[in-house]
Ligand binder design. Sequence first.
Ligand code: AGP
Length: 598
Amino acid sequence: MGGLRRLEYRGYDSAGISVISQGQLATRKKAGKLENLVADIKAHPIADSRIGIGHTRWATHGAPTDQNAHPHLGGQSSKLALIHNGIIENFSELKQELLDAGTSFASETDSEVAAHLIAKEYEASKDLVSAFGKVVNRLHGAFTILVIHEDFPDLILAARKNAPLVIGIGEGENFLGSDVAAFVEHTKRAISVGQDEIVILRPSGVEIQGFDGHKVDSKEFTIDWDASQASKGGWPSFMAKEIADQPQAVADTLMGRINSEGMVTLPEIDGLDAKQLMAIDRIIVVACGTASYAGEIAKYAIEKWAKIPVSVELAHEFRYRDPILTPNTLIVAISQSGETMDTLMATRYAKEQGAKVMAICNTQGATLARESDAVVYTHAGPEVAVASTKALTAQMTAVYLLALFLATGRKSMSAPELSQLGKELLKLPAKVTEVLSSLEQVTDLAKKMSKAKTVLFLGRNVGFPVAMEGALKLKELAYIHAEGFAAGELKHGPIALIEQDQPVIVILPSPSDPLHPKVISNIQEIKARGATVIAIAEVGDKEASKYAENVWYVPATNWLMAPVLTVIPLQVFAMELANAKGLDVDQPRNLAKSVTVE
Ligand code: AGP
């Protein structure tokens, strides 16, 4: 149950467990949040057990109901229990085969089909491991499947195809989880399970084999954060904790990659040698959601500093538009979880086309990290709240490091220029702390705006992705319609939206930026039409307070690095407005932390 609680952020519309105790398989499962399951177990206790599987669900096939919750039981004797993450794409034909053989189903899920198939195979062969192997070879799509059977009280079987699975190695006990958060309180020794692999897990040891039965040698790694980091630590929500963690997340991402002279090294980019790096003639960033906004910042930074053309594509669009890639194209995939199926599919496609892939990922041992030619890890620590905050500012930090690393290798800037930028990067954690310490008025205004029906966000240049992120935060946390615009786009249509008292949040560039007066003009244009303007401006910006009802100030920094600071008031604004509406900021409705299905 502790493991499920740590994974609840990944999907939480129903939950269940199956254990084998006193020789019997016992199952409890309930729709809704985990506490519903806890209450059910309290009402219907289960005797102690040393073997069990548990699951929190994000519904794909079948509504979130008790019956559709996992585990699913297989076979008429119901001695087999199965849990599943992902989608079995050929489940309907397999289900028909079972229906024709007289199998009755208790749920509408694709997962239950696998349970019955394995139980049926086992009835025939009396060999659970081979029955399991046979069935997983018949399944198409994306799945992590775990099975236990009453006849084997010391065995858990697992299979992994296009969905996350990691093993925890304990003392006389072993664990499986979708990510290490599930068992980090019990052990820091972990093994990543690869694509198309089967795990045979017993208290005495773990065997891994391919779907074709060949033995797989596994690589152990040590988890570099502990359970306390994955708990709230006294904060009212994971989101509040993670927003406050941002100075550390930025500092830890810089750690060991930039010296006091501001010179950047990225020792971990060992999968790409200097020749390959120099041959790069195009970079395509693929990502989804908030990570894609970090990608937009990467575009400005890499083009400005490293002089390499960059385009940013939503992974799910990139994958299906037959993009033209060459061996000199570098794909930079940005993903906090490293399990976002859209991003994984995009990078797999790119590799098939011969492009090199570099991941910027926050989760050690994640699928994306293992499938890329090189990985630049962000070190934001576990991000539990569904709405991404510290992972974003850590991703921005990582793309600045990457841009400076490429600029250094390609000598696209002078050493003094590189050093000056690097030193400015080193000051970011302290500036993030400064922003975090002056947000009272953001909180106050958010509470006053809890009745807002729609909020618009305007930004220009690097402020544009910040405007998009501010809108996304408000949508996913406060369920308010919000839209981010490029400020220059306003007069090409969106200004028609402006009416009396329409709240508009504007991200202003530094007063020293040539774009500053243009964005001030945008503010005047919307003020003239009745908008209520909130400006995010650099400390000392006198113009801002002339036109904006509210000004949220952030410290001065290099214009390209400003997003790390200007995004923070927007994170807090969305969180506090959602809090004022009494919403769950850690687990917003309809969302999951990691979207592991396409
Ligand atoms: C951000 O607040 C959302 N939770 C979502 O947009 C997220 O950024 C997106 O799904 C990408 O996730 P990833 O970084 O784990 O790939």
